[in-house]
Design a protein around this ligand. Structure first.
Ligand code: UDP
Ligand code: UDP
Length: 460
């Protein structure tokens, strides 16, 4: 479809937030919209927090030259230290405070925009801007629909001293117990996460629509509750348009080891892009993997931010453990293309922190999950893993904030359980089929997305 002379032409701007967990789904959305002949302008807040983000962005221009990239130059905040709470939350705040740079940027885009798609962490700052420009604003919620119920309800759950008494009850849905709510939200007083949830969650009612990277067959009841006003009155439609298929066309050459392993024999371990465990827990996990007797591929992370993660594997694991790991496993301390790992026929199980993108990649590839949530939305997502039968969640393994150490023998037993479980494997393959049907030509998610693009055509 060409720009000129085609009345149905639509142009959409995307604004992602900091961290791979936000950038990756936005990149996949950009690719998907491009495939539907939507013109995309991708607004990139810079500098990024991690190297992984800057590398993905440079890959975007190589793989999708038709996507326009614009930069939002962030200025440091004097009153807030980069390390005060979490480097990623600090960047959320930086981007929020840089939103005054958006109006001239958005107005200068040509052809004029049909809509803007903004990460949920900027709802309260960006919606007033798009409103003043008369531009429809869709919020992309990058976690599960179940997590969205908490996000939009949070401001209604706070007591007079901004405290939380109970979990969340929504009629017709399984409750969210207090113990699954991200710990910073339960703390007294204020913190960045708490203010994001309060302000952005409240403002979501004023967006044009909420996009969720989920699909009917796994979160039907929750999406229906959101759309029927049972979660919060006045919410715009919640559009389940996922799971977003991978768009990374780069080949990772680091998988030679995996290619040499038998089909369905390898257990994969990774806690996403921004979760580091204590040294003691890392070593206990390593012992557990060795004792499971399974082959494994283990991505070790020692620091939240990749650029600071410079200790050698020998130092993190210790020479003795590293030698035992090598007998049946491979430990790496670098970025692997996870989607590519999960797609590999050798992989048969995944120990995951339950970041929503990791789960979406696991189900897309039919890989059973051993859930070990660490923080944020991850317990709510882990519950979903268990409910749809994608995997097992050992609830006694606490949040990383709790600083308990899960013992090697416990880990080994659970790994063996997942790797030898045929019914789990079959259910994971069934979910994979459903995921692919949802985004197939006549699938529920494709139906929602094409309807949305039609709406944008009318707006133009
Ligand atoms: N990821 C990856 N390689 C790594 C670590 C992470 O490709 O070594 C990707 C992963 O596939 C996912 C994203 O980074 O797409 C992480 O997002 P998720 O929501 O799973 O968790 P977060 O990192 O935000 O905690
Ligand atoms: N719904 C929606 N967007 C979605 C998914 C569902 O608005 O992405 C609404 C839908 O309109 C209905 C309810 O949620 O009110 C249940 O959805 P379902 O797909 O079962 O119903 P349908 O839209 O096919 O009648």
């Amino acid at each position: 479809m060409s720009d000129s002379g085609d009345q149905s032409f639509v142009h959409v701007a995307l604004l992602p937030s900091a961290g791979m967990g936000h950038l990756t789904p936005f990149l996949r959305l950009a690719a998907l919209l491009t495939a539907h002949n939507v013109r995309v302008t991708f607004i990139t807040p810079i500098p990024t927090v991690s190297l992984a983000e800057s590398q993905s962005l440079s890959q975007l221009s190589t793989t999708f030259p038709q996507i326009t990239q614009k930069h939002l130059h962030l200025l440091p905040l004097d009153e807030l230290s980069a390390n005060s709470e979490d480097p990623f939350y600090y960047h959320f705040e930086l981007i929020r405070r840089s939103s005054h740079l958006l109006p001239p940027l958005l107005s200068s885009l040509s052809p004029p925009l049909s809509a803007m798609i903004t990460d949920m962490s900027f709802s309260s700052t960006v919606i007033p801007i798009t409103d003043s420009l008369g531009l429809p604003n869709y919020i992309f919620f990058t976690s599960s629909a179940k997590m969205l119920t908490l996000y939009v309800s949070f401001h209604t759950m706070l007591g007079p001293h901004r405290e939380i008494k109970d979990g969340l009850e929504v009629s017709g849905l399984e409750p969210i117990p207090k113990a699954w709510i991200p710990p910073p939200l339960l703390k007294d007083g204020n913190n960045l996460l708490k203010s994001f949830f309060t302000e952005n969650g409240k403002k979501m009612t004023e967006s044009t629509g909420i996009l969720i990277n989920t699909f009917e067959s796994i979160e039907h009841e929750t999406v229906a509750a959101l759309n029927e006003g049972r979660v919060l009155k006045g919410l715009p439609s919640a559009i389940a348009f996922g799971p977003l298929p991978p768009c990374n066309s780069e080949t990772d050459h680091q998988l030679a080891w995996l290619d040499d392993q038998p089909t369905g024999s390898v257990f994969y371990v990774s806690f996403g892009s921004r979760t580091a465990m204590s040294r003691e827990q890392v070593r206990e996990l390593g012992e557990g993997l060795v004792r499971s007797g399974c082959r494994f591929l283990w991505v070790v992370k020692d620091k939240k931010v990749d650029m600071e993660d410079d200790e050698k594997l020998t130092e993190v694991l210790g020479q003795g453990l590293l030698e035992r790991v090598k007998e049946k496993g491979l430990a790496v301390k670098k970025w692997l293309n996870q989607e590519q790992v999960l797609r590999h026929p050798a992989i048969a199980g995944f120990l995951s922190h339950c970041g929503w993108n990791s789960l979406s990649e696991a189900l897309w590839n039919g890989v059973p999950v051993l859930a070990w949530p660490q923080h944020g939305d991850q317990k709510i997502n882990a519950d979903l893993v268990e409910r749809i039968g994608l995997g097992v969640w050992v609830k006694s393994w606490g949040w990383s904030e709790e600083e308990m150490v899960v013992k090697a023998e416990d880990i080994a037993a659970r790994v063996k359980e997942i790797m030898g479980n045929d019914s789990l494997r079959l259910q994971a393959l069934h979910i994979k089929e459903e995921a692919r049907l949802a985004v197939g030509d006549t699938g529920s998610s494709t139906k929602r997305l094409t309807a949305l693009i039609e709406t944008w055509k009318e707006f133009r």
